[in-house]
Design a protein around this ligand. Sequence first.
Ligand code: MG
Ligand code: ZN
Length: 257
Amino acid sequence: MCTTCGCGTETITLDGKVLPLSHAGHPYSTPKKLTRRVQIEQDVLGENDAQAALNRQRFAAQGLLVLNLVSSPGSGKTTLLVKTIERLSARQRIGVIEGDQQTSRDAERIQATGALAVQINTGKGCHLDARMVAGALDTLPLDALDILMIENVGNLVCPAAFDLGEACKVAILSVTEGEDKPLKYPDMFRAARLMLLNKCDLLPHLEFDVAQAMAHARRVNPDIEIMQISATSGVGFEQWLDWLEQARAARRAGQAA
Ligand code: MG
Ligand code: ZN
């Protein structure tokens, strides 16, 4: 227990050394404040989970496959969606909810494909929550969709904690990032069912170690599925499209059952 304020936090890791929190300096002045902060976080997540359960019921009633796409900014999520829609739109009706702090640029890119897209701007917020998604659902004809893609705000931290009611999270890691991202942000890679290793067409120009990146992801999540793709060149795309169609078919079968 922290000897400065008596809160439940015990240690902090600095430069790999685990120190008693009191030695590292404590950001909170009183134990009361810290208890209150933890309580608020629990309340926020509890409320979110309740709304996510309602969203999930709504998706199930429609037999809709809903995916929550999470990544750092710049991993290529929107390009991935555009290419996926172009390749799949003859067989699957895809709608998109776009999350960004500002602008509707990504929704406009999706709409240019002819697909339905709605933009959520989170302002100062760094993640989508289930209530924001519920608001966006009211503007989409869910019964006219087979797959709903939710592109979360580019952020590998808190989107891991916020359930939106999705069937699963898909994490996108691009090879222009570090191989160690799964180790640095383990919650996100643990929360994801599938990791798409994107921009693989650039590998000849980079020193990115694919085997190491995959090993890091499996260290934090032994069950994670991994695909090497490039949204721009189309490498590995068949595998991703097959995965989507199978997930959609499983969803439809679940609805019929
Ligand atoms: Mg985007
Ligand atoms: Zn956040």
